[in-house]
Write a protein that binds this ligand. Structure first.
Ligand code: IPM
Ligand code: MG
Length: 370
């Protein structure tokens, strides 16, 4: 690899710093063993940034993110900051990163590792071998649409407003990511909206269909209403290959898909922008789980989603598929050997701490790849 890659690490709040600490060890391992050197900067985001810097994301940190080859983020938010005005909440830091970096495509793979089949709340035959990819639109829709706000009406009652907006280019660019991924996988794309009640959903369906006809006829395209998709995900999740959907439906359906794999603590994600003239994409990698205030500070969180997010970074930002495979195989073997953090343990099973799980991944990396 040419120059050292610039990595911005934003551990954030709650269990964020705990799980990111284990990723730090994996990063070091690649430096020591694979001569894969990163130029790492750390920064604050979310509540941690509010406490230290008075804002959920400073302009200086934003600049660093814009100039990094990739951003690795832990989690944001927590009860301590729940009562802040909306615009100052920890989540705004994350949303600003996504919006200003134009990370419109959020890839959330839900893979059920064989060893975790029994950790899922669904029957083994429903989830074993599950491998689906949810592509969530990340910079549009109701998360960012205006008008938005809460107003007091003349009679003293209040009105809350949010707006769902999608334009043709926004739909096409995220659908394109879905089609391209489908081509490299099972060649099936399911586009999800609520065209039965929302105009933005009608447009979504029409535009995805147009793009399909114009450029991706060889991919098998289907359409599904979001409520039906939620149901199908627990009825027969293996019918899906790639799902493409809007920001809000993607938020909900990806949490649901995560639980098919055994735990929210297992799911990584990549948020990608369009490639620039040099082919480089802005990118942010984060576990799908949040800051988990209920277990924060106890050293028991599952670091695997964060470690797998780092693997996605190797694959999508650095084009190091072989190294990404190495990390994923290390995780697979650790799970196969029966090692479990609390979230994926069955009752009565011994559990590892966050650091012990990190150590187990390192030991496996050592066995597989030194
Ligand atoms: C996610 C999270 C975020 C979202 C929150 C923390 C703003 O739930 O990444 O899925 O709603 O997008
Ligand atoms: Mg979410």
């Amino acid at each position: 690899m040419p120059a050292n890659k610039k990595l911005l690490v934003l551990p954030g709040d709650g269990i964020g710093p705990e799980v990111m600490g284990q990723v730090g060890r994996v990063v070091e391992w690649f430096g020591d063993r694979r001569a894969l050197k990163f130029e790492i900067e750390e920064g604050l985001v979310g509540g941690a940034a509010i406490d230290a810097q008075g804002t959920p994301l400073t302009d200086a940190t934003m600049d660093k993110a814009m100039n990094a080859d990739a951003v690795l983020l832990g989690a944001v938010g927590g009860p301590k900051w729940d009562n802040l005005p909306f615009a100052q909440k920890p989540e705004r830091g994350l949303l600003r990163l996504r919006k200003d970096m134009a990370l419109f495509a959020n890839l959330r793979p839900a893979i059920c590792f064989d060893a975790l089949v029994s950790a899922s709340s669904l029957k083994p035959e429903i989830v074993s071998g599950l491998d689906i990819m949810i592509v969530r639109e990340l910079t549009g829709g109701v998360y960012f649409g205006s008008p938005r706000g809460i107003e007091t009406l003349a009679d003293g009652t209040r009105r809350g407003v949010n707006t769902q907006i999608y334009t043709t280019p926004e739909i096409h660019r995220v659908a394109r990511v879905g089609f391209e991924l489908a081509r490299k996988r099972g060649n099936k794309l399911c586009s999800v909206e609520k065209a039965n009640v929302m105009e933005s959903g009608v447009l979504w369906r029409e535009e995805v269909t147009k793009l399909h006809e114009a450029e991706y006829r060889e991919v098998e395209l289907s359409h599904m209403y979001a409520d039906n998709c939620a149901m199908q995900l627990v009825r027969n999740p293996k019918q899906f290959d790639v799902i493409v959907t809007d920001n809000l439906f993607g938020d909900m359906l990806s949490d649901q898909a995560a639980m098919l794999t055994g735990s929210l603590g297992m799911l990584p994600s990549a948020s990608l922008g369009d490639p620039d003239e040099t082919g480089r994409r802005k990118a942010l990698y984060e576990p799908v789980h949040g800051s988990a205030p209920d277990i924060a500070g106890q050293g028991i969180a599952n670091p695997i989603a964060c470690v797998l997010s780092f693997a996605m970074m190797l694959r999508y930002s650095l084009d190091l598929g072989g190294e990404a495979d190495l990390v994923e195989n290390a995780v697979r073997n650790v799970l196969a050997s029966g090692k479990r953090t609390g979230d994926i343990a069955l009752s009565g099973e011994a559990t590892l701490s966050t650091a012990e799980m990190g150590a187990a991944v390192l030991a496996e990396l050592e066995t597989l790849g030194a």
